[in-house]
Design a protein around this ligand. Structure first.
Ligand code: FAD
Length: 297
């Protein structure tokens, strides 16, 4: 199908994009990679009267290190750049790993970080990962710029804290985690995952686990019971110890009970719950294998 008629504006700056959004009274849509918006328009699920293309805005694709060991990623950083950039590999390797699981090469070459976060598909990888990393999306709007904790940014399926007249301009990431793991299961390579889990052992005193499931509910879901099971074990790991397989298994079992996933044509709720348990265990074991290898090198 073809989209309903729309007007098109190629914005040259964030200010120009914001004034176009404001002038359209909340009816316009930003166009980033177009990998979710354009199919929705072609199916006429979305019928924006105005598309504001942000691809020509200078600097929005920047990847910058911060003094504290963190990273600032522009909204237009493509999934392919996340997967390949040495600075992302060094400071946010979980983000690089997750980006490799998104769709196919053509989609990763066009799709953007900002578009994926703003679209807020509950089965998408990047929203869950930025919650696990404790990142902060920065939103520009008519009243200036504000930051929102990633956990509060995602409100439901395709629903975020963005107002219709706001634009996500960048994502701020803290210093690298102590350890990380990622596991997902998709029916075929390139498909959205049936479910997945991002695991982060965040630095701090004491260090804490942040486990987040995707494809298992209306938004990226923290797994509080599983995090609780890991409590003392994570402190031991922070002090140079290791996680035993049995603790990872108990955390997985708790994670399964933390979610109430939907059933659909691809998988039943019970199967998805089982997946969250198994994938939590796998993500944790991956995190500890990686940490062990780092400590040896
Ligand atoms: P667009 O499609 O341009 O925009 C999406 C929405 O976000 C629109 O409403 C737009 O107005 C809004 N938006 C865009 N940028 C901003 C911004 N800076 N500020 C505020 N609002 C903004 N995704 C996955 O996560 N995992 C997958 O496995 C996966 N598989 C896919 C398979 C196929 C066949 C296809 C077509 C897509 C798949 N995707 C998948 C989606 C892909 O990752 C998209 O790139 C992503 O969801 C949206 O990014 P985009 O840059 O293309 O955004």
């Amino acid at each position: 199908m073809k989209p309903a008629p729309f007007r098109y504006l190629r914005a040259g700056s964030v200010a120009e994009a914001l004034s176009a959004l404001a002038a359209a009274g909340g009816e316009a849509r930003l166009l980033a990679g177009g990998q979710s918006l354009v199919p929705a328009m072609n199916f006429r699920v979305a019928r924006p009267p105005l598309l504001v293309d942000i691809n020509a805005i200078p600097g929005l694709d920047a990847i910058r290190p911060t003094d504290g060991g963190g990273l600032v990623l522009g909204a237009l950083v493509r999934h392919a750049a996340l997967a390949r950039a040495p600075l992302v590999a060094e400071r946010a390797p979980l983000l690089a790993e997750a980006a490799r699981h998104i769709g196919h090469r053509a989609i990763r070459n066009r799709g953007t970080l900002g578009g994926s976060l703003a679209h807020a598909d509950p089965a998408a990888e990047l929203p869950a990962v930025v919650v696990a990393l404790g990142a902060e999306p920065r939103l520009a709007g008519p009243g200036g710029e504000r930051g929102v904790a990633a956990d509060a940014f995602f409100r439901g399926p395709l629903l975020t804290a963005l107002d219709p007249e706001e634009m996500l301009v960048e994502l701020r990431l803290p210093a690298p985690a102590l350890a990380w793991g990622f596991a997902e299961l998709a029916r075929r390579p390139g498909d959205y995952a049936l479910a997945g889990v991002a695991a982060v052992l965040a630095r701090g005193t004491p260090p804490r686990a942040r486990l987040v499931a995707f494809g298992a509910g209306p938004r990226p879901l923290r797994l509080p019971s599983a995090e609780h099971v890991l409590g003392d074990a994570v402190e031991r790991v922070g002090a140079g110890g290791e996680l035993d397989v049995e603790t990872a298994r108990r955390a997985g079992a708790a994670a399964g009970a933390d979610v109430d996933p939907p059933s659909d044509v691809h998988a039943s709720a019970d199967y998805r719950r089982h997946l969250v348990a198994v994938l939590t265990e796998r993500a944790l074991l991956g995190a500890f294998d990686r940490l062990r290898a780092e400590r040896r090198s």
